[in-house]
Every structure is written in structure tokens, then in C-alpha cells.
Design a protein around this ligand. Structure first.
Ligand SMILES: Nc1ncnc2c1ncn2[C@@H]1O[C@H](COP(=O)(O)OP(=O)(O)OP(=O)(O)O)[C@@H](O)[C@H]1O
Ligand SMILES: [Mg+2]
Length: 272
């Protein structure tokens, strides 16, 4: 039985349909690379699997370990072992990082975590991610650099111990050394959990075991293969989709509209 199964998923954001009948089956302990052009629905898919209420499921179902989770709340999905490392982690002023992690951990357990056990867990997670332990006393993501925020998502993953880890552009904002650190941690975790990893770059995938690569275009999975897909995109971009598969990538409609700014610029240029 697949860990994650998505059937005919249609999702709208602000009344605009983003996912348009997406199907996906993911086996446990596998790593899937999810690629696709900007604005085609990758983050929408991950947020929807996590249960973000801003993403409205209008049709279709999501199953996790055989259980229909389509209508479950975020915390219920989290307790089932689903985790999302976000593309843009939010800053939460006034919430101490360590307190936050402890509260998350306790929400997943019947009895509160003993202090010494929590400290050991935290110490190990900070060491593995290369984040200075002092940062556990800072407020969650407040004033963190882009790379620190991303590493902090990995740290949360280690503390929460999920069975399905979704990472949304975890490599964006990481410097070359930090990518190596994060990839090392992920690689060590790949035997223990499933990973659904969104990235635009081949680099991170090259450092990991990748079982499958999927391409999401226009709200659907349009290609399902192996590392060769990642290599092709890295070399040729997405233009080959049109050439070899006849897939036209829909552009943002409002980007095609002529804005007042465009008219003003044209008028100015006319005068030159
Ligand atoms: N809250 C929102 N309000 C309006 N539109 C939204 C909202 N969230 C997402 N969208 C739109 O949904 C579409 C898909 O966005 P999504 O973030 O899923 O793309 P993506 O594939 O992750 O792109 P990227 O590679 O740039 O991260 C985009 O056109 C985006 O503008
Ligand atoms: Mg995205």
C-alpha cells in the first residue's frame, strides 16, 4: 500500500483553480523529486497535503497510510507523521524557538517529554544541522537569515521525527557549505522516512538518493521518471516539454494583461 495516495485532486486558492485533477502515489521510505516551472502548483500541492485551510479542495481525496485525510486539520495530519518544511518560513515574534519545539513535540505525545530527554534531542538536532545552540533561545525565525530559516526547518524535522517529509525549496537561500550540511542530514534520514522534495536545481538532488522525479505543470503531474528528468530540465529547461510532449505551459493570466505601468513606460519611451 502506498504511504501517500492522491486521487483527482482539484485545489483552488482565492477562487482560482491551481491543481486540476492531480494523481500521485508515493511508496513509503521513497524520495520523490518534484519539479516544475514557477507558479504551476508545487507549493500548493505541499500546502494542501499538509492541510493549510487557505487551499480549498474542491474535488478529489488524499489518503495517508490508507486513511482518508482529505478533511483533517493540520495538527491531526502532523500527528499522523506528515511534515512540511516551508518555502517561506514565517517569523513568529514572542515565541521562543526551544519552547515552540517542546510544545510541538508534546502535542505529538501522551506525556510531556522529560526535560533531559528534550535537551539531548535538541542538542543532537542543533549539532547535526550546524546551527549554534544559542539560537534555541531566539524567537522562532525572527531576524533569522534566509539560510538560518531553512536550516531551522530541518531542525524541526529532526525533533518531530515525521514519516513523510515534504521540503519546499529547502536549498534556496543556503550557501554552498550549508547545502552540503543539509544534504548530509537528509541523506542520513532517507532510510527512515519518505521525502517529497521540491527544488529547481539539480545540485541538491545530486547529493541525495532519488527514487523518482515528477514534473508538475498546469496543476497536474505531466512526467514521471527518474534522475534523467532532472538532468534534462537542468540542461534544457522546460521548453522540451512543449517540443517532445506537446505540453504548453500556461502563463499567469494577469501577467499578460497590460498594466497602467506598462502604458506609462511606453508613453515615456515614445517621447525619447
Ligand atoms: N494566497 C494566494 N492568493 C492568490 N494566488 C495564489 C495564492 N497562493 C498561490 N497562488 C497562486 O497559485 C499559483 C501556484 O502557486 P504555487 O506557489 O503553488 O507555485 P509553485 O509551483 O510553488 O511556484 P514556485 O516555483 O515559484 O515556488 C500561482 O499562480 C500563485 O500566484
Ligand atoms: Mg513554490
Amino acid at each position: 500500500m502506498p504511504t501517500l495516495e492522491i486521487r483527482n485532486l482539484h485545489v483552488s486558492v482565492e477562487d482560482k483553480e491551481i491543481l486540476k485533477g492531480l494523481d500521485l502515489k508515493m511508496d513509503s521510505l521513497k524520495t520523490i523529486a518534484l519539479l516544475g516551472p514557477n507558479g504551476n502548483g508545487k507549493s500548493t500541492l505541499l500546502q494542501t497535503i499538509m492541510g493549510n485551510p487557505n487551499y480549498k479542495i474542491t474535488e478529489g481525496q488524499i489518503f495517508y497510510d490508507g486513511k482518508d485525510i482529505t478533511n483533517l486539520e493540520v495538527d491531526e495530519r502532523s500527528k499522523l507523521g506528515i511534515f512540511l518544511g516551508m518555502q517561506y518560513p514565517s517569523e513568529v515574534p514572542g515565541v521562543n524557538n526551544a519552547d515552540f519545539l517542546k510544545a510541538c513535540l508534546n502535542a505529538h505525545r501522551e506525556k510531556p517529554v522529560p526535560l533531559f530527554e528534550f535537551y539531548k534531542l535538541l542538542d543532537n538536532a542543533y549539532k547535526r544541522t550546524g546551527i549554534p545552540f544559542e539560537m534555541s533561545n531566539r524567537n522562532l525565525n525572527e531576524g533569522f537569515s534566509g539560510g538560518e530559516k531553512k536550516k531551522n526547518e530541518i531542525l524541526q524535522m529532526l525533533v518531530l521525527n515525521p514519516s513523510l517529509v515534504m521540503l519546499d525549496e529547502i536549498d534556496s537561500g543556503l550557501d554552498v557549505d550549508a547545502i552540503q550540511v543539509v544534504a548530509k542530514v537528509l541523506k542520513e534520514e532517507q532510510e527512515k522516512r519518505g521525502f517529497l522534495i521540491v527544488s529547481h536545481y539539480a545540485r541538491l538532488y545530486e547529493l541525495l538518493k532519488v527514487d523518482r522525479a515528477l514534473i508538475l505543470v498546469n496543476g497536474k503531474i505531466v512526467a514521471d521518471g527518474g534522475r534523467e528528468l532532472i538532468k534534462k530540465i537542468d540542461k534544457e529547461g522546460y521548453e522540451w516539454l512543449r517540443k517532445s510532449l506537446g505540453i504548453e505551459i500556461e502563463k499567469e493570466t494577469n501577467m499578460n494583461q497590460v498594466s497602467i505601468g506598462t502604458c506609462a513606460t511606453k508613453e515615456m519611451l515614445k517621447g525619447k
